[in-house]
Design a protein around this ligand. Structure first.
Ligand SMILES: *[C@@H]1O[C@H](CO)[C@@H](O)[C@H](O)[C@H]1NC(C)=O
Length: 393
């Protein structure tokens, strides 16, 4: 009896998502003229407008096939929940001059869902070839693939973002967005292809993503609060970063960021906080929590860098960062470093880091000799294992 009851409950739980789905009526873009190997923009725009005006849960369905799409913004507010389910592959123009700063934008929508096993292919190859940050300051100005502006109480799940010209996903001014099981892929040497960038947003949860790119897997920009990143596999790339912060005037505080249960492999950094020197305005970044992080073959597994100055940028490195970093915990971080300094805490001269705690750190150097720590303008506290040995500030 008990077993039957349990099975019944399990069946019910398994059925629940589809029951919820069943309430959605479906608009198939092929009914609006979308064709395999054709341009998707008219059909998708019409389908979106109808779904958005429907006043009941409506799914815009993009079936399996390849489509082409130029710059497009789909706007709310909508009269009811709208889901965009993509099973096909949608390709951006390969020529970067055909797009400005964004490719595909979802804006001002509440209760939105982006789902499906489909792919957004940014076709970034030509853009990366023109992107020479070592020679010009005019770099990284290509289109973000998927931009979400002022999207609230929403989900982004299962989709793949491939080979963006610049950032893959950028959330701005968003609230309560669940990002689940997404895949983000670009070559390790493609410049500025950040996986998921979040700015001025709160309540964002990223869970279970596979991200390998040429820049940060996840980056947290100014004004981001109460955001959690769990079970992300990152690499290649530049790791999971808070920042960069302190480059522009009037940036907003970053607070309450948790990075838990992530694996970072074959990457430049593991977990990082980065701020520019010579910040034009003061700002704060606090309550930053990194726990249960597995590190394989990473140059800088744990790094606070308040003299962040990437290649090809003009920095006044002698002027300190004005971003105050406090209440930071690095806990249960283990694995291997490719450089000898496995823990590097380089804080601001004018605003030393406060309340930085390291607990159970076990990072071994893959070269000959032992892993080391380096601390500047910070007096961290320690508990549990410390390999490398705790630094003396
Ligand atoms: C640290 O990691 C090494 C493997 O890299 C392992 O052999 C060792 O037992 C670990 N130490 C602790 C205290 O966990």
């Amino acid at each position: 009896m008990d077993t039957c009851l349990n099975i019944g409950v399990i069946m019910l739980l398994l059925l629940l998502p589809s029951t919820v789905n069943a309430q959605y009526s479906v608009i198939d873009v092929t009914k609006y003229g979308a064709k395999s190997n054709g341009d998707l923009s008219q059909a998708l725009t019409k389908a979106w407008n109808d779904a958005c005006a429907a006043g009941k849960p409506t799914r815009v369905f993009v079936p399996k096939a390849t489509y082409y799409l130029g710059a497009l913004t789909l706007k709310g507010p909508c009269k009811g929940p709208v889901e965009l389910q993509v099973q096909g592959t949608i390709k951006a123009p390969a020529d970067p001059r055909k797009l400005k700063d964004t490719w595909f934008v979802i804006q001002s929508v509440d209760r939105f869902i982006l789902s499906g096993s489909g792919t957004f292919d940014g076709q970034g190859n030509l853009a990366w070839k023109q992107n020479n940050c070592k020679k010009t300051s005019n770099c990284g100005l290509f289109a973000t693939s998927l931009r979400f502006n002022y999207v609230t109480n929403s989900q982004i799940r299962d989709i793949t973002s491939l080979n963006s010209k610049s950032f893959h996903m950028f959330l701005f001014g968003c609230k309560n967005v669940q990002i689940q099981q997404v895949t983000i892929t670009a070559p390790g040497n493609s410049l500025n292809t950040d996986g998921i960038h979040i700015g001025r947003s709160s309540g964002i949860n990223i869970a279970g993503a596979n991200i390998g790119t040429g820049d940060d897997c996840v980056s947290i920009g100014d004004g981001t609060q109460d955001t959690t990143i769990t079970k992300v596999n990152c690499g290649p790339g530049h790791g999971i970063s808070i920042g960069s912060l302190g480059k522009y005037p009037n940036e907003q505080p970053v607070r309450g960021i948790k990075v838990i249960g992530c694996t970072i492999s074959n990457a430049m950094n593991g977990v990082r906080i980065k701020t520019w020197p010579a910040s034009p305005s003061p700002n704060t970044a606090d309550n930053l929590y990194f726990e249960n992080i597995a590190i394989n073959n990473v140059d800088n597994p744990i790094i606070i860098d308040q003299v962040y100055c990437p290649l090809g940028t003009n920095c006044k490195a002698q002027l300190p960062s004005k971003v105050k970093i406090s209440n930071v915990i690095f806990k249960n971080i283990r694995g291997s470093s490719t450089l000898p300094v496995a823990v590097k805490l380089s804080c601001s001269k004018s605003m030393p880091c406060q309340n930085v705690h390291l607990e159970n750190i076990n990072l071994s150097y893959k070269g000959s000799g032992k892993a080391k720590s380096m601390c500047q303008n910070v007096k961290p506290s320690f508990s549990g294992t410390q390999n490398p040995p705790a630094c003396r500030a």
